[in-house]
Design a protein around this ligand. Structure first.
Ligand code: SF4
Length: 99
């Protein structure tokens, strides 16, 4: 899926593969509500509680209002390590493993 509007009606979540993160902070510039750099210099996702989710593969929901910014982050991410997937079937819809 490459069209943001097609994904708009579905519940999506996002995770970051920190092993590939370069720490440049592009995602944080695009979507500071969803991404944050920790003191280790790597980006993590966060949820409504603003707590960073640091377990490997941990996900955070993608609010509809942030969808375009999160998808742009995934497209621009130099580490190719931002993965956006459907909650329902865990299929990646934006990111390096999207079909
Ligand atoms: S844009 Fe990608 S590489 Fe850059 S800080 Fe965010 S997750 Fe890491």
């Amino acid at each position: 899926m490459s069209d943001v509007s097609e994904a708009g009606a579905e519940e999506l979540e996002v995770w970051i593969d920190q092993d590939l993160c370069t720490g440049d902070g592009i995602c944080v510039q695009y979507a500071p509500e969803v991404f944050e750099l920790d003191i280790d210099g790597l980006a993590y996702v966060k949820g409504h509680d603003d707590e960073l989710r640091q377990a490997p593969g941990a996900t955070a929901p993608v609010p509809l209002t942030m969808l375009t910014d999160v998808v742009d982050s995934a497209k621009e991410c130099p580490g190719d390590c931002i993965h956006v997937r459907r909650v329902a079937d865990r299929v990646e819809v934006f990111g390096p493993d999207a079909g």
